[in-house]
Design a binder for this molecule. Structure first.
Ligand SMILES: Nc1ncnc2c1ncn2[C@@H]1O[C@H](COP(=O)(O)OP(=O)(O)OP(=O)(O)O)[C@@H](O)[C@H]1O
Length: 526
């Protein structure tokens, strides 16, 4: 695709450098003398395992945090920013892991209100003309008239990036931008951004855990490990093995757990025509039936926003049933704590900090949630024993390699990947008969991904019935015994993974999508 130049000649891609940045939180040194150089027009990857300090570094650049020492230079000039508004004024913008859009407003309205010069009374016709002209110059589009609430996650993420370009930001920081996109969307957006860097229109600093994307789109990289720079170089010529060594040192990677043959037994978890409705009464889960045997992983593939979240909410008791019922080993199962305990049902929902943790409580307390009233953690007179909670916490923190300053630190202080490990430690530490997991490796570094996938496979090999919902097709193909595709709230027929192919699953995902809301006007402007 040939693109018109999008900027006047005086607005060129800047260089950005951090010099000796140090940042501590209490006793935790999150960044230690970190110097990173991002050249003008470069597409630079910031790599590092969970908790390495990547988010802290970009928050120091954006002015969210004041560094204890060190400085940030933009085109050689020292910056002292006190927050994202000031960063924006210097042309530095960031796309976060969470969305910052207003759901009830359209894409166009979101773009206009993001401008600091947006006035209370807008001439909407003039604004629209301006937006159309802007979109005409943009390499990728979103439907501007559609409310954000009705957009797929991938479209929202595209809109977040467009917002930065609309605000004329020239240094873009992207924090794992593709984690909510389909592989095709990710390639589209990254290659178009890459085109803009090659034309010297923008400079990009991207946090990523995906080597494939780094190798395909980035030209340079820096690796952080435990708050220090352990390497940097040319992303196109440095082998992946060399980058991963910089990330995790000489530590051994967890081997992929083998899939052990299981005797064929009667189904353990059964969903019988279950359904759910959204607040407006629309069917978002529509007659889903499935059976999972002990020692089997059933994968549910699909593009996000097709009812997977609501299905998990049904199974975890967070959403009422509009129809259908659940059974475990033939007996009725109601998703509430007593039945979870009785049938040994455990789960790892999406966004565990929001959905499966008490953010202000300590890591040890969060790990103890499932067992706090059990004899093992009860002290005198049946009260919870803080000492036992702490001891159990410490043991699981070691076993699951959770990086935290202390078992007493609030869990919200942990990096995303470590919150995930803590919740998984809690959910997998008991005897598990049924395991329900949704996007378990979202945002995790490759060492943690290997670890967590191995844990899930081990539970299957021990005889648990596992329901795995994932937007990552590679994950499903690696772990699942059978796979079914969810689209518009309905579930397709489960197929043995060995008897299907990525193309076939993709066809079902895409084919069913064609009938839905994610097509057609995706390229329309207003
Ligand atoms: N506000 C905070 N208070 C205390 N500790 C913090 C805070 N923010 C981060 N940390 C700690 O600093 C370290 C670096 O965290 P950071 O979030 O920068 O890592 P990351 O490389 O972005 O990880 P991930 O890939 O999991 O997002 C972690 O050990 C984390 O627990």
């Amino acid at each position: 695709m040939t693109l018109p130049a999008t900027r006047p000649a005086d607005r060129r891609a800047p260089t950005l450098a951090t010099e000796g940045i140090t940042k501590t939180f209490g006793t935790m040194r999150a960044l230690d003398d970190v110097s990173v150089q991002v050249g003008a027009g470069s597409f630079h990857a910031l790599l590092g395992e969970n908790g390495a300090g990547k988010s802290t570094l970009v928050k120091c650049i954006m002015g969210f945090y004041a560094a204890d020492a060190g400085s940030v230079r933009l085109d050689g000039a020292r910056l002292s920013l006190h927050g994202p508004r000031e960063a924006q004024a210097h042309g530095i913008g960031m796309v976060y892991q969470h969305f910052t859009l207003v759901p009830c407003l359209t894409a166009a309205e979101n773009l206009v209100i993001a401008r600091s010069d947006a006035r209370a009374v807008l001439n909407w016709r003039t604004e629209k003309r301006g937006l159309e002209a802007f979109m005409g110059r943009m390499p990728f589009r979103v439907p501007l008239e559609r409310p954000v609430a009705e957009m797929s996650a991938g479209e929202k993420q595209k809109l977040e990036i467009l917002k930065l370009l609309y605000l004329d930001q020239r240094f873009l920081i992207l924090d794992e931008p593709t984690s909510v996109m389909t592989p095709a969307e990710a390639d589209e957006v990254l290659s178009l951004l890459r085109g803009m860097t090659e034309r010297d229109e923008i400079t990009v600093l991207m946090i990523s855990h995906k080597f494939r994307e780094v190798k395909a789109f980035c030209d340079s990289f820096t690796v952080l490990r435990r708050g220090q720079v352990t390497g940097s170089g040319d992303a196109r010529t440095t082998p992946v093995a060399e980058m991963s060594r910089m990330m995790i040192g000489e530590a051994e990677l967890r081997e992929r757990a083998p899939r052990r043959a299981q005797p064929r037994r009667p189904p353990r978890l059964m969903l019988e025509a279950v359904g759910a409705e959204d607040e407006a009464g629309r069917r978002i889960v529509d007659g889903v039936s499935l059976e999972i045997r002990p020692g089997e992983i059933l994968g549910i593939a699909g593009v996000s926003g097709n009812g997977q979240t609501a299905l998990v909410e049904l199974l975890s008791g967070q959403r009422p049933f509009a129809q259908g019922r659940l059974r475990i080993d033939g007996a009725p199962f109601t998703p509430r704590r007593a039945d979870y305990d009785r049938y040994k049902v455990f789960g790892l929902p999406e966004e565990p900090l929001r959905n499966a943790a008490a953010p202000r409580m300590s890591v040890a307390e969060n790990i103890a949630f499932r067992t706090f009233d059990k004899p093992s953690l009860a002290g005198r007179f049946g009260f919870v024993s803080p000492a036992r909670v702490r001891t159990q916490g410490e043991a699981l923190i070691r076993r699951y390699n959770i990086k935290t300053a202390s078992p007493d630190a609030p869990i919200e202080m942990l990096s995303g990947g470590n919150v995930q490990r803590a919740v998984l430690a809690r959910e997998l530490s008991g005897e598990v008969e049924v395991l329900i997991v949704a996007n378990p490796c979202f945002g995790l570094d490759f060492a943690s991904v290997a670890e967590i996938r191995a844990q899930i496979m081990e539970q299957r090999n021990r005889g648990a019935a596992v329901l795995l919902l994932s937007e990552d097709l590679d994950e499903i193909l690696e772990l699942a015994d059978r796979v079914a595709v969810m689209s518009q709230g309905r579930l397709g027929p489960p197929m043995p993974v060995d008897a299907t192919s990525r193309a076939e699953i993709g066809r079902q995902m895409g084919g069913q999508r064609d009938a839905g809301r994610d097509t057609g006007d995706e390229k329309s402007i207003i």
